[in-house]
Design a protein around this ligand. Structure first.
Ligand code: NAD
Length: 479
């Protein structure tokens, strides 16, 4: 039976490279019923603000698989890109970016046996898009990491390692600085890794990961990381092996998977029949494996290796003197289907088990105690004046001012000998006196009301202890 796949040509070079992928996949012998749908610039120009028509959404709900060209948001149309719309609609939480040296492609890393996969959490972190102007001169973004989201992507990374016959998973975080958010991701990694004793697991700090990726890229097999780090290191990684023209990707959710090249619409070369189709061809290979069509995936991958490594035929971005058009390079790949390449052959791929998270949320057995509040206020007063004033205001309340910080550094009661450059955005930390526990909302609102008579407050954070452990971090210099 034919697999139904939603086909979105996209913008710029999209139609040229998607046509190449369609031709190669069809020639590989696998039976695909392509459902051609629209998204992107054309759709925005018709006046649809999401860039994705209902017919495309319905098609994806039915087929659950898409092969997609790059999408543009034309200037003056749409508030969000069509890619963001698709990601949000189908909750594609895993962004998978294989990074592999391909035969015949020159470059400073050509002899380094690079062959790893970056698995990027694709939904949470700073990309939740919760940003707030705190004062006219201070802005804030919330970095949201959940245990459930972390567990899902980390299990995904281990399952991918197993499905591709890989042996190591590195988890890259900034847990040394962001102890609660990135720390949670690291903690979940350490727990989940115990369920995969057959896979070696290592945590490393993201900056070291970036360094190692350049110094010793051959040590990596699978790297799992949070959204923003993944965004950056996956682009760094594709730069190691030959750039955008050859970088494939998959966006995987519980119900839908979207396969696409990493590159954009390349408007500078659109319509010239010169775009490199390898990135979308390798994305098609990922799609075929997702459909359990391992034989067809292997045929296409080997044909690309043969074309580059044995036949030395290259698209123009990889060889400036090449005269091969997109269509002509595609013809070579089709002609080479079935030819064996002497380049390292495919891995022992097998179907991947998509993880189901097991952690109930919220966790039932964790004790909770609220011990105080941080109140964020706007002020241009000198720190001593502000500190004394807040202390006075807290006197009749059940709270004691513990400290004030500015840009994360304690500035009151002690400056700790430093002279920080101050902003008009302060965090005042109040602890509830033990004898007044447990903390209740009325106590908090009373304090906020009193402070609010003198200062503009922006937000309040409760200071909680979970299982008797502080669930807040200390300011720099706070005892
Ligand atoms: P781009 O990837 O389109 O182009 C960057 C450079 O790489 C250009 O010089 C281009 O010619 C070259 N290039 C890209 N793909 C190539 C290929 N297959 N063969 C040969 N050369 C190739 O990035 P950009 O210019 O920043 O973005 C252009 C548009 O694409 C923007 O509207 C952007 O929002 C959109 N975009 C979409 C996606 C997506 O849909 N997933 C991803 C990135 C960018």
């Amino acid at each position: 039976m034919a697999h139904e796949v939603t086909l979105i040509e996209g913008d710029g070079v999209g139609p040229e490279v998607i046509r190449a992928a369609q031709r190669v996949v069809d020639a590989s012998g696998v039976s695909i019923a392509w459902d051609k749908c629209e998204a992107g610039a054309k759709v925005f120009r018709k006046g649809l603000a999401t860039g994705v028509p209902q017919a495309t959404i319905d098609s994806l709900k039915r087929t659950r698989i898409a092969l997609k060209g790059p999408l543009e948001t034309p200037v003056g149309y749409g508030e969000k890109s069509a890619n963001v719309t698709l990601r949000a609609l189908f909750d594609t939480y895993a962004n998978v970016r294989p990074v592999r040296h391909l035969p015949g492609i020159a470059g400073p890393f050509a002899d380094r046996a690079i062959d790893f996969v970056v698995v990027r959490e694709n939904v949470e972190d700073l990309y939740v898009g919760m940003e707030y102007g705190q004062t006219p001169s201070v802005a804030e973004a919330l970095k949201l990491i959940t245990r459930k989201g972390s567990e899902k992507i980390i299990r995904f990374a281990f399952e991918l390692a197993r499905a591709e016959g890989r042996h190591k998973v590195h988890c890259a975080t900034k847990a040394n600085i962001l102890k609660l958010t990135e720390g949670l991701f690291k903690h979940v990694f350490e727990n989940v890794s115990q369920d995969y004793p057959d896979i070696e697991s290592t945590h490393l700090i993201i900056d070291n990961c970036a360094h190692q990726m350049v110094m010793r890229p051959e040590i990596f097999d699978v790297i799992v990381t949070t959204n923003l780090h993944g965004d950056i290191i996956s682009d760094l990684a594709s730069g190691l092996t030959g750039g955008l023209g050859i970088a494939p990707s998959a966006n995987i959710g519980d119900s839908v998977a979207i396969f696409e090249a990493v590159h954009g619409s390349a408007p500078d070369i659109a319509g010239l029949n010169s775009a490199n189709p390898i990135a979308i061809l390798l994305s098609s290979v990922l799609m075929l494996r997702h459909l359990n069509e391992f034989e067809a995936a292997h045929l296409i991958e080997a044909a690309i290796f043969y074309t580059l490594g044995t036949q030395k035929a290259f698209p123009r971005d990889l060889d400036k003197i090449s005269t091969l058009t997109t269509a002509a390079f595609t013809d070579y790949v089709i002609d080479n289907l079935g030819k064996a390449s002497d380049f390292q052959q495919s891995r022992p791929y097998r179907s991947m088990h998509l993880p189901q998270t097991t952690t109930p949320e919220p966790e039932p057995n964790v004790s909770r105690k609220d011990v105080g509040v941080d109140i964020f206020i706007e002020s241009t007063s000198p720190v001593e004046t502000l500190g004394k004033h807040l202390e006075e205001m807290a006197l009749p309340s059940p709270f004691t001012l513990k400290m004030i910080s500015n840009r994360g550094i304690q500035v009151y009661p002690d400056l700790n000998g430093i002279q920080p450059d101050l902003a008009d955005h302060w965090r005042a930390r109040f602890f509830l006196q033990e004898e007044c526990a447990p903390l209740n909302d009325f106590q908090v609102l009373q304090l906020v009301r009193v402070i609010g008579e003198h200062y503009r407050w922006m937000h309040i954070e409760k200071l909680a202890e979970f299982d008797h452990t502080p669930a807040y971090t200390k300011a720099q210099g706070e005892s």
